[in-house]
Design a protein around this ligand. Sequence first.
Ligand code: CA
Length: 231
Amino acid sequence: MTEPRATILVVEDDPDIRRFVAAALRAEGHQVAESADARRGGIDAGTHKPDLAIVDLGLPDFDGLELIRRIRAWSTMPILVLSARSLERAKIDALDAGADDYVTKPFGVGELLARVRVALRHRARTAGGGSVVRMGAAEVDLARRVATREGRPVHLTPIEFRLLECLARHAGLVVTHRALLTEVWGPTHASDTHYLRIYLKQLRDKLEDDPVRPRHLLTETGVGYRLVPDE
Ligand code: CA
């Protein structure tokens, strides 16, 4: 599949990482704008109107988190965050502020480009898109509320369907515990993460080929879950 060329903004103060990221994106045929601080990033986001922004959280002038909030005030462009390993709280805050996904430093070029592809595709698909999710031998039609595995019907509860729906809307991207709980159970249950453990286990048992080593309903430790459908 050929991917569409895009304009991508990279906001990162570390010149080595910024050049590495920009070079990898240009090699894929994308146009790249580079900003070394948050203030410049905000201006460049407005003037270049990129299809995607990649934002480092630790920026010298003000926080990447604040930049994400400012961009979200006027744009729905996908935002990928660059974050240091183990800073789970920072990742969650960034996702809650409106970022779509993150890449953990240090990262390889393959991982970065895969995340970029998913985020750009997500943008292209947001308008319409299919409601059928394929995961190995399982197929879920979210519009018709029908699930099958190896061609045989699988019973999913209304809550299981809603969870899948929420994850599928962000297919390939991480969704935070809080976002899932708020959407499916309501804001008063925003911290009941044990609900998610229980329901995700049920979904894996019903849909995954090997529920112990899931390939489609993935755990992002401390942050949330990610649904990776078959292409
Ligand atoms: Ca930095």
